[in-house]
Design a binder for this molecule. Structure first.
Ligand SMILES: NC(=O)c1ccc[n+]([C@@H]2O[C@H](COP(=O)([O-])OP(=O)(O)OC[C@H]3O[C@@H](n4cnc5c(N)ncnc54)[C@H](O)[C@@H]3O)[C@@H](O)[C@H]2O)c1
Length: 325
């Protein structure tokens, strides 16, 4: 079993620890907060607990680290771990700037280590379904993808809604379209904490002409976790708030019946929801990381997927900062 250490035992870290404890040998736990360390020491008595990340890196038997600390710390911790020869799973985004992510990718490649970003949604069976529908051209040409990730809270102080929420949608959009954006813009505002945007709207245009939009907010009356893909033949919605009907396929489209002499009309057919397996995405994500560590799968691809997301994020962030409030 792979010997794993985890840094960051907060709200999300506890889910990662639960999964990695079941899938691997969780031997180190690290958090800057003493109370968290006490709590986790009781829960995982087999693990050694520390406040110093260096203790994990100094253990020659430790093979891999999981990083679930706040975003601004990711690059520094991931870099130190790769330099110490450890495989790295790092929560999204692994870095806030493209040059930092390039540095991590180069380090991982040079040392033949895994660098896997925590793009959780790519392991969601519903997103896999969207990908199949797009790749098999079930929807016809894809015209537009847009996402809604809104709720009241969690209000963050260190990372804005783009960095905290947008990474999820960006990873899905880039995964579905397999193109890098030619043009991006983001608008938003920081209402509660200076410099930390709570509400952000993003637009992306791709070389093929496809367009995408993201509405990201933790100041909203609706809890929405939705991705919509508009194709020329069919349209599909992934709604993660639905318990059963996570994916709905709409046979709705524009069409030009010959009788109308080229006038565009619309047609509406069946609406149906395919069965989506109930597998926990985090479990699948953890399994994929361990497979990569074991030498199965495409390590390089995992790191480069992270790089394209960070590059697009950096462009969006630059546009957000430059935009008039
Ligand atoms: N994949 C997902 O769906 C998902 C969901 C939520 C959060 N996240 C990501 O997980 C990460 C953590 O988020 P969270 O909500 O758990 O945050 P959190 O604030 O609840 O927890 C972060 C923990 O890291 C600890 N910490 C901070 N700096 C540290 C350091 N240098 N060394 C060791 N410990 C340190 C803090 O004491 C805290 O306990 C973020 O990157 C976030 O983007 C991912």
């Amino acid at each position: 079993m792979t010997r794993i250490g985890q840094a960051g035992l907060g709200a999300w870290g506890k889910n990662l620890a639960r999964n990695f404890d079941e899938l691997a040998d969780l031997v180190w736990l690290c958090d800057a907060d003493e109370e968290r360390r006490r709590e986790f020491a009781e829960r995982y008595p087999q693990a050694r607990v520390t406040g110093d990340f260096g203790d994990l890196l100094g253990d020659p038997d430790l093979e891999a680290v999981v990083i679930a600390t706040p975003v601004p710390t990711h690059h520094e911790l991931a870099k130190a771990a790769l330099e110490a020869g450890k495989h790295v799973f790092v929560e999204k985004p692994p870095a806030m700037r493209a040059h930092e992510m390039e540095e991590l990718c180069a380090l991982a490649e040079e040392r033949e280590l895994v660098l896997m970003p925590g793009h959780l949604l790519l392991y969601h069976p519903a997103v896999r379904m969207l990908k199949r529908l797009v790749d098999e051209e079930e929807l016809g040409d894809v015209l537009c993808v847009y996402s809604n990730r809104q709720n009241l809270g969690v209000i963050r102080k260190h990372e804005n809604a783009l960095l905290s929420l947008g990474v999820h949608d960006l990873s899905v959009i880039l995964y579905l379209l397999e193109e890098e954006p030619a043009e991006v813009w983001a608008h938003g505002n920081a209402f509660l904490t200076e410099g930390v945007e709570d509400i952000v709207f993003c637009y992306l245009r791709f070389p093929s002409g496809k367009i995408a939009h993201m509405h990201l907010s933790w100041l909203d009356p609706h809890k929405m976790r939705k991705v919509t893909v508009v194709g020329k033949e069919k349209m599909v919605v992934f709604d993660d708030m639905e318990l059963e009907r996570k994916v709905t396929i709409y046979e709705k489209a524009p069409w030009q019946p010959s009788a109308t002499w080229g006038e565009w009309q619309t047609r509406s057919g069946d609406i149906f929801s395919p069965k989506i397996p109930n597998d926990e995405p985090l479990r699948l994500e953890g399994e994929h990381f361990l497979q990569l560590v074991a030498g199965d799968g495409d390590r390089r691809r995992a790191a480069l997927d992270g790089l394209v997301v960070v590059q697009a994020l950096e462009q969006l962030q630059a546009s957000l900062v430059a935009a008039p409030a």
